[in-house]
Design a protein around this ligand. Structure first.
Ligand code: NAD
Length: 531
């Protein structure tokens, strides 16, 4: 079958950018995107524009990354399409006003609510490695929340950028959503404009440029950045499982994944066995070698190829498996390297390629110390070991997310928020979080005229009002000056009734205790005691 004809990327003239942005910004203030029905309509149209162009998306991913159709489908298409269905189904519920929780009666009269308002006109800058998922993901949230949007797909995957534009223009109202194509000059021109939020996916280096550009207007930023993610393999881990799963994390998209483990902290007693398992797993995945396999991607461009090659050339570590490359094809074999220092570039820099770096450690404590010493908080951590060991890693090492006994599985769960922390970014999206990321929770009260009598307490003159206010407003704390929990009468009754708070106590024991407490209270009251 002949390959489908793809649109070609055309850079937007830099001088056109301010007017294009103004147009989309103006639409926001015309309130066109406010009605929920409009947003749902737009997202439904987007669904079908994507569905009808699956073949173009697959072909574009093939040309830009030599991505196998299977990886394109599971890594992008199905996630985007299901996300639209999930968001459109839930949007009416999420967009509804929310009542304030736990409020006093006087405040209840003012109907305190949280209104879900759109932020305004937002900018979404995509990355090259999952060019559709990382662009459409935030765009779905931004549209659902009622914003107008300007999209800048990554120029590094040009075929995907052109298909993205075709999809957007086929589906969405051009006065509400617009695509700007280009590279650094065009991105700079966009960043010079005023935005109500910027969502950027890319490196921490450019993330800093984005945050600086946002600062003059106090624009909030959602930064989805890279991470030098550690995996942990203890001597009690299932090594075959660890090798298969961590190999998957570094060969899917040829390891060009922000979430892939950058290095593996492995107990020195099991390094050799783990390497044997990696060797077996590589043979299982690619029986005729990765190069001949239709299931193995290529590196995005010459620059990225050279960068990864240099990392391998410069390492002081020892290549244990793989290591072959083909510059013409931008092919890099899955390569296992044993390093002995955190200073090694394979640990200190993000490889963003199919390099499996092993750093032997004496025990889990040393592994945790190293993970915390390597500069920057990772996007993900991947501990393999016993339940206690993996729990210890989770409690001791910060990260955007974590997959226990796996590689980046957490990011595939559509209803879990996806995002980094510290150096790996701020903010999150996916599912409900995508809506929240582009929504302003606006607190609103409505004070009826007839409560004026009650409210007169707040007006001067204040004489004689403070004690009344105190009596009416101050709550009783359930803690003392030492920070310990204190139990009021109700607390004690609950404690006794549940015989120490145990939900595991039997129903009969609880009933007996309740009866006893009730009798005791009755006697106490009879004797005229003040409760
Ligand atoms: P990048 O930061 O190099 O480039 C992203 C975009 O920023 C480019 O398309 C370009 O248009 C723009 N840009 C580059 N330099 C700029 C400058 N000086 N001024 C203004 N704009 C500029 O990222 P990349 O190469 O596309 O992607 C790789 C990085 O992204 C890795 O670090 C990876 O970990 C990270 N990433 C993170 C996530 C996530 O969700 N957290 C996802 C994918 C990739």
């Amino acid at each position: 079958m002949a390959s489908p004809v793809l649109p070609t990327i055309q850079y937007t003239p830099v001088e056109d950018i301010p007017a294009r942005v103004k147009n989309v910004r103006t639409t926001f203030f015309e309130h066109k995107t406010r009605p929920i029905e409009f947003r749902i309509q737009q997202l439904r149209k987007l669904y079908w524009a994507i569905k009808d162009r699956e073949h173009l998306m697959t072909e574009a991913l093939k040309r830009d990354l030599n991505r196998p159709e299977y990886e394109s489908y599971v890594g992008e298409l199905v996630m985007i399409l299901n996300d639209i269905i999930f968001v459109t189904n839930n949007l009416p519920k999420w967009a509804k006003d929310e009542k304030a929780a736990d409020i006093d009666l006087t405040f209840a009269l003012m109907k305190p609510t949280i209104r879900k308002d759109p932020l305004g006109c937002v900018l979404v800058i995509g990355a090259f490695n999952f060019p559709f998922l990382l662009t459409f993901g935030p765009v779905i949230g931004a549209i659902a929340a009622g914003n107008t949007v300007v999209i800048k797909p990554s120029e590094v995957s040009p075929n995907c950028a052109a298909v993205t534009q075709e999809i957007i223009e086929a589906a969405l109202d051009p006065s509400c959503v617009s695509v700007i194509q280009g590279s650094i000059p065009e991105t700079k021109a966009l960043l010079a404009e005023r935005w109500d939020k910027i969502c950027f996916t890319g490196s921490s280096r450019v993330g800093r440029i984005v945050a600086q550009a946002a600062a003059p207007h106090l624009t909030p930023v959602l930064l989805e950045l890279g991470g030098r993610n550690p995996a942990f393999v203890t001597k009690r881990a299932d090594l075959r499982l660890a090798a298969r799963r961590l190999l998957w994390g570094k060969t899917f998209n040829a390891g060009q994944i922000c979430l892939s483990q950058n290095y593996i902290l492995v107990d020195k007693e099991v390094v050799d066995q783990l390497v044997v398992e990696f060797e077996k797993a590589i043979k299982e995945y690619y029986p005729n070698g990765a190069k001949a396999s239709p299931d193995y991607c290529r590196i995005i461009n010459d620059g990225a190829f050279k960068r990864i090659k240099e990392m391998i050339d410069n390492t002081k570590g020892k290549i244990l498996l793989g290591g072959s490359m083909d510059e013409k094809e931008k092919y890099i074999e899955p390569t296992v390297v044993l390093v002995n220092s955190t200073d090694d570039s394979l640990v200190s820099e993000e490889s963003f390629g199919p390099i499996i770096t092993l750093l032997p450690v004496s025990d889990l404590d040393e592994a945790i110390r190293i993970a915390n010493d390597v500069d920057g908080t990772p996007l993900g951590v991947y501990p393999f070991g016993t339940k206690d060991e993996t729990a210890k890693v989770l409690a001791s090492v910060r990260s955007g997310g974590a997959s226990i006994n796996d590689s980046f599985m957490h990011a595939s769960i559509p209803t879990l928020p996806f995002g980094g922390v510290g150096e790996s970014g701020s903010g999150a999206y996916h599912g409900r979080s995508s809506f929240d990321a582009f929504t302003h929770n606006r607190s609103v009260t409505t004070t009826p005229g007839w409560v004026e009598r009650v409210l007169s307490l707040r007006y001067p003159p204040y004489t004689g009002k403070l004690n009344k206010y105190r009596a009416a407003s101050l709550h009783t704390p359930n803690f003392n000056r030492a920070g310990q929990t204190t139990y009021g009468l109700f607390g004690w009754i609950t404690w006794i009734v549940t015989l120490g708070g145990g939900a595991n106590k039997t129903g009969a024991a609880r009933t007996a205790a309740t009866v006893l407490v009730a009798i005791a209270i009755q006697q106490y009251i009879k004797r005229g005691a003040k409760l």
